[in-house]
Design a protein around this ligand. Structure first.
Ligand code: 0JX
Ligand code: SF4
Length: 316
């Protein structure tokens, strides 16, 4: 059977960001240092393949600190945790390692600094997402107001419109967030915030690459998990940038081949928590069905790297 010709536009940057790389390394180094089991509060990053791989090496994934024994080390996921979590771990005299991405920790510090300056905080983020819970949890319950959409901006009830500030989740849609920030600035001209928003370099770059590819392709595949905020945003960005069909796939087995019938060009990217092995698996599956020419579309070069915490750099 002859395979139909297809151009595969491969996005760069794609896949692991520096925060994910560091978080996974932290779990691996903790296992080396303390042996199994090492507990991890929440999926270290939102990817089943990564989580299963670490579980096989002796990591135990739990949702709450209460599910951890006091005499084993615990790691907090890349998404960050409310202040109460390390406080409770310290109270129980547990060994803990915080794998919160430094770019998320930076937002935590911003929120606290604004609050110390007497400003009421608004967080732009997705309700219930662990990063939003973690960032809002840097301040006492109820102190941070959550805004998810432009419509929410009209509804939000602040104490004093002259004394407010905002922070954002790091993995939001750059364009949606710009609209929300504009609406906030229009309603509260005195609002204090970061230069643009707190969306990180990795989120921004992956969205940019998708935007460059989307208009050229019949379909976009995004390797990533359904609970991965940054991956889901890539699917939306592709659709909005003019791609008629975009699908989030965890593994090659999830690809909807019927939707790709007749396609002449497909875009492929991966969320910040999706390993390159899974991208390769998808490429191989596409190769098996199409006569593929790969076209690399690189819209940025990344060279960010984060150090692991000192406790892991010291001998046991
Ligand atoms: O759901 P998110 O995109 O925040 O997390 P994921 O998929 O685990 O990505 C890496 C961690 C990102 C934290 O900012
Ligand atoms: Fe850090 Fe950005 Fe990666 Fe999140 S997506 S872990 S903020 S680098």
């Amino acid at each position: 059977m002859t395979r139909p010709p297809l151009t595969l536009f491969l996005a760069a940057p794609r896949g692991f960001c520096a925060g994910v790389d560091r978080a996974i390394k932290i779990v691996e180094m903790a296992l080396e240092k303390w042996g199994a089991p090492v507990y991890v509060r929440h999926e270290i990053v939102h990817n089943r393949y990564v989580v299963d791989g670490l579980r096989a090496k002796g990591a135990v994934f739990v949702e709450e600190l209460d599910d951890c024994p006091p005499d084993r080390p615990v790691i907090f996921s890349a998404h960050g945790v409310p202040k109460s979590v390390p406080a409770e771990a310290a109270r129980r005299e547990m060994v803990y390692v915080d794998a919160t991405c430094p770019l998320v920790s930076k937002v935590h510090i911003e929120a606290q600094r604004h609050a110390e300056n007497g400003l009421q905080m608004i967080m732009i983020g997705h309700k219930g997402h662990p990063e939003t819970i973690g960032t809002m949890g840097q301040l006492p319950d109820g102190d941070v107001l959550l805004v998810e959409t432009v419509d929410d901006v009209a509804r939000v009830a602040v104490r004093d419109p002259e004394r407010i500030a905002y922070v954002t989740q790091t993995t939001l849609s750059v364009d949606d967030t710009a609209d929300i920030v504009s609406a906030l600035r229009a309603r509260f001209p005195a609002i204090v915030g970061p230069h643009k928003e707190d969306i990180c370099y990795a989120t921004t770059n992956r969205q940019e690459a998708v935007k460059a590819i989307a208009p050229k392709v019949d379909a976009m595949l995004v390797v990533g998990a359904p609970n991965s905020s940054n991956s889901r945003r890539l699917v939306e960005v592709a659709a909005r940038a003019g791609c008629g069909y975009s699908q989030l796939v965890q593994r090659a087995g999830d690809i909807d081949w019927r939707a790709l019938e007749g396609a002449r060009a497909i875009g492929l990217t991966a969320g910040a928590s999706a390993p390159e092995t899974l991208v390769n698996e998808v490429i191989e599956a596409i190769n098996a069905r199409f006569d593929v020419t790969v076209d690399h579309v690189e819209t940025a070069v990344e060279n960010v790297e984060f150090k692991v915490p000192r406790i892991l750099r010291q001998p046991a």
